[in-house]
Write a protein that binds this ligand. Structure first.
Ligand SMILES: Nc1ncnc2c1ncn2[C@@H]1O[C@H](COP(=O)(O)OP(=O)(O)O)[C@@H](O)[C@H]1O
Ligand SMILES: [Mg+2]
Length: 281
């Protein structure tokens, strides 16, 4: 695959039918190829007879928070699993940084710079903060013929990671089970944002949190964006989407039914697109 194939998608004439932003006025808000970090092109995913995704086309720009909204069962989680290498699409293509990519596993997506924070956090309650930050990425040092865990380096790096993202915790030696839901979420996000990732995907990162903790996690997400990370955010919370994102895509029944620049839409319009009921009817 060549970058020209990627550019073709963005240089095609924009008619309402061919527009890569179905539902958006032709030509409006369509980025140039250099702005696009991730492009999902006509991706479908079938589970037996179930069509979870049907020809989904959307993109995420560099340096932005891109939101995906939609009712339960709309296909949001399936889509991010296709992007993050957990599922392979039944058809369609993914482009990342201008090149077509095929991820056979989450490890491959991670190596390319795509990290995902899932709804269930994949951390271990009985381990400490720093141990969770380095879970499956443990640092080792050589001691003669032996490879031993380099705890000192990991603890030092853990402090640096938390400081960089301004995550405040009582101690990196606290066990996860002693921490609140918001603190755990912040650790999961800090972990995913480290390791040179370019795109951070979050599936409902504040769904289980109270108001104050939600605000804290939102501030963390904004800081990451300001540090240059692109973020793909799945959220049920329209107010949150309007507060945080620059672009929003609406999914319904496995399809993208619209895309908007966030500053050009409202929660009423998003609700209308999600339910398929026009607000002026
Ligand atoms: N592994 C799977 N096997 C079969 N059907 C699935 C699987 N994962 C998701 N689905 C179906 O795909 C559709 C989209 O689900 P999902 O992506 O979880 O939606 P959302 O995250 O928007 O709530 C649903 O109908 C769901 O039941
Ligand atoms: Mg989901």
């Amino acid at each position: 695959m060549s970058p020209t194939e990627f550019e073709r998608v963005f240089s095609a004439p924009q008619t309402p039918e061919s527009s890569p932003t179905p539902g958006a006025p032709p030509g409006s808000g369509v980025p140039g190829p250099a702005e696009v970090l991730l492009l999902v092109e006509r991706v479908s995913k079938h589970f037996g007879a179930i069509v979870a995704l049907h020809e989904v086309t959307l993109w995420a720009r560099r340096g932005e928070i891109t939101a995906i909204v939609g009712d339960n069962g709309a296909g949001k989680s399936t889509l991010i699993k296709c992007i993050s290498g957990l599922h392979s699409p039944s058809s369609g293509r993914l482009f990342f940084e201008g090149k077509e990519v095929h991820f056979a596993s989450p490890q491959e997506a991670r190596q390319a710079g795509i990290e995902t924070v899932y709804q269930n956090l994949a951390m271990i309650e009985d381990l400490t903060v720093w141990q969770n930050l380095f879970l499956n990425r443990e640092r080792v040092k050589r001691l003669g013929p032996l490879a031993i865990l380099d705890r000192r380096t990991m603890r030092r790096e853990a402090l640096r990671m938390l400081r960089q993202f301004e995550v405040h915790l009582p101690s990196i030696h606290a066990r996860l089970r002693q921490l609140s839901g918001g603190q755990r979420q912040a650790i999961a996000i800090a972990r995913a944002a480290s390791w040179g990732s370019r795109l951070l995907i979050m599936d409902e990162p504040t769904a289980a949190l109270g108001v104050r903790e939600t605000r804290r996690v939102e501030e963390l997400i904004l800081r990451l964006r300001d540090q240059g990370l692109a973020i793909l955010l799945i959220s049920h919370n329209f107010e949150q989407v309007l507060r945080l994102s620059q672009q929003v895509w609406v999914m319904r029944s496995g399809r993208v039914v619209g895309g908007r620049r966030t500053n050009e839409t409202t929660s009423d319009e998003l609700v209308a697109m999600i339910t398929g009921v026009k607000s002026d009817e």
